[in-house]
Design a protein around this ligand. Structure first.
Ligand code: SF4
Ligand code: SF4
Length: 367
């Protein structure tokens, strides 16, 4: 079995417009296939899919398999904690939603400078340690969205941590803003297990500009484009698990088959792909939707960025893409409705200047 973990951030849906409408017929079959292939690791969080992710874990996994058949990771919403007792309250609620009385892995969710300060203020690391001592958490750690310097600071202050969950993919590897390689090397230096999130960068690396796809297909005609991204993460020696949020059986089967090795020649090809991609992605949004609930104007931020990127790739298709924008804007705030409060930007793991980018979207689709 490769290092694949089943991420419950993106799941099959009966209504593509509504993240909470999980299609359990498809999901149950995917869970069965994943376990039958030797996979065991499942990842969820309190805030994923508005809480529906944890419920989906219970229905698709916990109620259908013995507890010993899988490894379950969950995350405390570190930034929502307002007093120490909240940690216990969230943990109990999460156990209830998932239908378990312990998690194999329990992480502080989304540490960056701001959330790390909250975690320290309310002794969240001590809470994790207490859970571990009581047998309610097997291994502990945090998911991370900051730079390498802060990661070093946290790992120095908290040697009790077992696991760090990092955003790693071949496009971000040398990114000066996201510092994927430097964060990986920092965690490696501290001998932490690394769990990778967003290996396909929210789907960005599943569909490449034609010039880049031609390069990869010439080398491996049968391999899917997404499998290259999964393989890049799996090939890193300190990586224990590569999470993939999958919403179709085809994606799951493709990920299960991904090889764990990457030759020097293949690494060179990915470098060439990165060069092409950096010139072609207008807005590097991964559609994680973390920003959406923070927007007072109910702007469909990732949907607008997706169609804007599509437009930038194929401006000649503008006549087809603009009506899609108009339809979405009919149900949500328009791009031009952004009031520049920057609330979304504080919650964007890709550190996108959302407000500025929305003005570019508005200039194209609202003219
Ligand atoms: S900056 Fe704009 S898009 Fe972001 S939360 Fe504020 S209004 Fe919404
Ligand atoms: S703008 Fe940022 S937070 Fe919002 S969906 Fe895109 S990557 Fe996620």
């Amino acid at each position: 079995m490769n290092k694949l973990g089943f991420g419950f951030l993106r799941l099959p849906r009966t209504d593509p417009e509504d993240d909470t409408t999980v299609d359990f017929t498809v999901l149950n079959e995917m869970v069965d296939t994943f376990l039958a292939s030797g996979g065991t690791y499942f990842d969820t969080a309190y805030t994923y899919l508005g809480g529906m992710s944890e419920t989906a874990v219970r229905r698709a996994l916990v109620e259908r398999y013995p507890r010993s058949a899988f490894t379950l990771a969950d995350k405390l919403p570190s930034w929502k904690v307002k007093k120490k007792e909240d940690c216990e309250r969230y943990f109990a609620e999460q156990c209830g939603r998932c239908g378990v009385d312990y998690f194999d892995i329990y992480l502080l969710h989304w540490l960056n400078r701001e959330n790390y300060a909250i975690a320290e203020q309310f002794d969240e690391f001590a809470f994790l340690q207490k859970l571990k001592t009581e047998g309610k958490a097997g291994r502990i750690g945090f998911s991370y969205h900051g730079d390498a310097a802060l990661l070093e600071e946290i790992l120095s202050a908290h040697p009790e941590v077992d696991i760090v969950q990092l955003q790693i993919n071949y496009l971000d590897w040398e990114s000066p803003a996201l510092e994927a390689r430097r964060c990986y090397e920092t965690a490696e230096r501290f001998h932490k297990e690394i769990v990778v999130m967003e290996p396909v960068k929210g789907g960005t690396l599943a569909s490449l500009p034609e010039e880049a796809e031609v390069l990869l297909r010439a080398h491996a005609p049968q391999a899917s484009i997404a499998s290259w991204a999964i393989r890049f993460a799996q090939a890193l020696p300190q990586v224990h698990i590569v999470l993939s949020g999958m919403n179709t059986m085809e994606q799951l089967l493709d990920n299960i088959q991904a090889d764990m090795l990457l030759s020097d020649k293949e690494r060179e090809l990915l470098d060439a792909v990165c060069t092409i991609l950096r010139q072609s992605i207008a807005i590097p949004c991964t559609a994680c939707r973390y920003c959406v609930s923070h927007c007072p104007e109910k702007i469909a931020i990732p949907d607008y960025f997706s169609i804007y990127n599509e437009y930038q790739r194929n401006p000649a298709d503008g006549w087809k893409i603009t009506p899609v924008y108009t339809a979405i804007a009919g149900k949500h705030g328009k791009a031009s409705g952004c009031i520049g409060c920057h609330s979304c930007e504080r919650n964007c793991p890709q550190r996108i200047a959302v407000s500025r980018e929305l003005s570019r979207v508005a200039a194209v689709f609202e003219k």
